[in-house]
Design a protein. Structure first.
Length: 394
């Protein structure tokens, strides 16, 4: 069974199948984050996108030429109501409550600007938030009106791309969550033939995303020039930090509403489709992948497959302006037989890996001594155990 992560039927809620997800008790402290971008919509406006969705499902080669009219006033209303009222304001310094004053008039004007292609995206306000390793990560905060437009735009685009995205992609998608991604990891490691884990990290993914490649990927499905122009406006809006504007020629602000969807589109073409082909035509054994946005973990039956994949993955990413973080990408022996195999070779117990806020550990059940996958919440404090390990030599 070389073909992994292959769901056959939609789930009961109508969403695409989530591979290897079984109903298990969640890990203690497991973060609940079902991230849905722009999925709330009035029933009156749903039929139009339903037709788009059906057309996308029917014809995987179809390019859509008339989409922007689906960004209606009603959809903008829904997008506004779906925003976090307490979120920080962008460069416009307009809060959710302030924009709500005279909302109907504001959205009518906004709708006219979008449809006449006169809408102008504002730069994102850059702020820095601390990471677990003591460094800081840049986050882009969009202006309130940009958030509304991006939310509505994402909903329209999702009606197409949710028919294309593969089941092992869990981040920022309707009906998907960190819970399901973690459960997929659990089932792959405990019930499939996984003896090696590739814990991969793409260096500064959101800052490295190539605009030209992204637009080429989007144009595989989208031929509406007004829609494409609107996406380019958000990509080129730039960032503002301490009142100074800077141009963006690569990357998309992490934290922006549209960024998560664009990131999934980028990695769908760069990584997901390629992984599917690779394990069908290159792998000798079973191969599994679980991806949440730009974080992904892979399980391999054979070390030779894992070693070859790691080399070819680096080459694949380089073609599209991306690279693996060498200090954070690790190939480790992991799974049901890892501890015993390492013990026979006189080696220490299996290494651990971190994914979605949890450290994953090879363990044994108290009764019977069978293999168990244990998870514990990653400590927020900076400590030696959180120092990234070097990449396993290949």
């Amino acid at each position: 069974m070389k073909r992994a992560n292959k769901g056959a039927q939609p789930e009961g809620n109508g969403q695409p199948p989530a591979e290897f997800v079984e109903k298990r008790p969640p890990a203690k402290g497991n973060p609940v984050q079902t991230t849905v971008t722009g999925t709330q919509r009035p029933e009156a406006a749903s039929s139009g996108l339903d037709r788009v969705r059906e057309a996308a499902k029917r014809d995987k080669e179809r390019r859509f030429t008339n989409l922007l009219h689906h960004v209606t006033v009603e959809r903008l209303h829904t997008a506004y109501r779906g925003l976090n009222p307490k979120a920080a304001s962008g460069v416009d310094e307009v809060t959710w409550q302030e924009y709500g004053e005279g909302l109907d008039e504001r959205l009518a004007v906004l709708h006219d600007q979008i449809q006449s292609v006169t809408y102008r995206a504002r730069p994102s306000k850059r702020v820095w938030i601390p990471k677990g390793d003591g460094k800081k990560r840049p986050i882009g905060i969009a202006a309130l009106e940009d958030k509304i437009v991006q939310q509505a735009l994402a909903e329209v685009l999702q009606s197409i791309y949710e028919e294309d995205f593969l089941g092992f992609s869990y981040g920022f998608r309707p009906g998907r969550s960190q819970h399901k991604a973690l459960d997929a990891i659990y089932v792959a490691i405990t019930q499939r033939k996984v003896s090696w884990v590739l814990d991969a990290d793409i260096r500064s993914f959101y800052d490295s995303l190539d605009h030209q490649w992204l637009m080429k990927f989007v144009e595989h499905r989208i031929a509406d020039q007004r829609m494409l122009r609107l996406i380019r406006k958000f990509l080129r809006a730039g960032v503002s930090e301490d009142g100074k504007w800077s141009k963006t020629v690569v990357g998309t602000p992490q934290g922006a509403v549209i960024s998560s969807l664009l990131a999934n589109i980028y990695l769908h073409y760069v990584l997901d489709l390629w992984v599917n082909r690779w394990r069908d035509h290159r792998a000798r054994g079973e191969v599994y992948i679980v991806r949440y946005a730009d974080d992904f973990v892979m399980g391999f039956q054979y070390r030779s497959d894992a070693r070859m994949f790691q080399i070819e993955l680096a080459e694949r990413l380089a073609k599209f302006g991306l690279e693996l973080h060498q200090d954070k990408t690790r190939l480790i022996e992991f799974g049901r037989f890892a501890a015993s195999n390492r013990r026979e070779r006189g080696e220490r117990k299996p290494e651990t890996f971190d994914f979605l806020g949890f450290t994953h550990i090879c363990a044994r059940k108290r009764k019977g001594g069978d293999f168990a996958l244990r998870r514990k919440t990653i400590s927020k404090r900076l400590s030696p155990c959180l120092t990234p390990r070097k990449t396993t030599s290949i």
